[in-house]
Design a protein around this ligand. Structure first.
Ligand code: DAK
Length: 259
């Protein structure tokens, strides 16, 4: 398969595949094309007997700075619903093989949500996690309110989601959001090492164990995701969303009016 916005290496280590987000100038902002390519690559790897574990990474500066604000700034709730990017995220979430996020730099908004959708997160000391959507007049829409709350608890998730503050890799580790923190020059190799360890395990048991761990919270998660999704769409009918995203593009502080 030919990809433009991701790079794929199915032989980064024996039975380990790597997907590298490749929009460096935009800090790997997740536009529709990139997410579509990721969905297709993961679907193919899930069917490929030579791949047992997948690592998703960005670059040193950014794992991903969020969904592409420029692409969604002018959209209405109805357009968002018609485009239905959630079906792409849902497909990605159905990947049966383990996925490890190797995160350095910014993992914000949709980028943080993508890392949390992965099964494990290995971070560099420079990684920063956050859900800054509130500053744009919206809220997390791709699982952030649900997965973060389950990972770090209500009080801390509430604070991060309502303030839009970022946390460091060390803080994320203490909170239980991520698995490991290593120096920046090692984060990708460390993620590949973890992937290789899992790739050496019996693949059917790995698949079933992953499925069972996800089941531990998924029934409630599905309801929560639907609820989050509805509220996220609704916000695209607000003036504050238009102002928040416009202000980002014009590089000025937003003036919210509560409308
Ligand atoms: N979208 C589009 N462009 C972005 C971007 C983003 N999220 N983040 C950065 N960029 C672009 C910048 O506009 C800039 O482009 P130029 O001005 O050079 O053309 C370039 O990347 C470099 O960024 P900066 O110049 O801003 O770099 P700095 O180092 O100064 O700052 C930063 C880095 C990460 C602090 C800053 O770029 C920033 O605040 N970025 C926005 C972070 C953010 O608010 N993220 C949340 C976005 S909302 C959905 C699924 C998911 C979502 C929504 C829907 N569905 C399935 C429907 C998720 C929503 C979000 O993530």
């Amino acid at each position: 398969m030919k990809f433009e916005l991701i790079k794929v290496n199915t032989k980064i280590a024996p039975q380990v595949a790597l997907i590298e987000l490749n929009r460096p100038k935009e800090l790997n902002a997740l536009n529709q094309q990139l997410m579509g390519e990721m969905r297709d690559a993961l679907a193919e790897m899930d069917q490929d007997d030579k791949v047992r574990v997948i690592v998703i990474t960005g670059n040193e500066k950014a794992f991903a700075a969020g969904a592409d604000i420029k692409q969604m700034a002018e959209r209405s709730a109805i357009e968002m619903d018609r485009i239905d990017q959630f079906s792409t995220w849902d497909q990605i979430n159905k990947t049966k093989k383990p996925i490890i996020a190797a995160v350095s730099g910014f993992a914000l908004g949709g980028g943080c949500e993508l890392s949390m959708l992965c099964d494990m997160i290995v971070a560099s000391e420079t990684a920063k996690f956050g859900q800054p959507e509130i500053k744009l007049g919206v809220m997390p829409g791709a699982g952030g309110t649900q997965r973060m709350t389950r990972a770090i608890g209500k009080a801390r998730a509430m604070e991060l989601i309502l303030t839009g503050d970022m946390i460091s890799a060390d803080e994320a580790l203490k909170m239980g959001l991520i698995n490991k923190v290593v120096p920046v020059e090692l984060y990708l190799q460390e993620a590949i090492n973890l992937a290789s360890k899992i790739a050496a395990m019996p693949p059917i048991a790995v698949k079933m164990a992953k499925e069972a761990v996800k089941k531990a919270h998924n029934s409630l998660l599905d309801d929560g995701l639907m609820f989050e999704r509805k509220n996220f769409y609704l916000l695209f009918n607000s003036e504050d969303q238009k102002e928040g995203m416009k202000a980002f593009m014009e590089k000025r502080p937003a003036e919210f009016k509560g409308k």
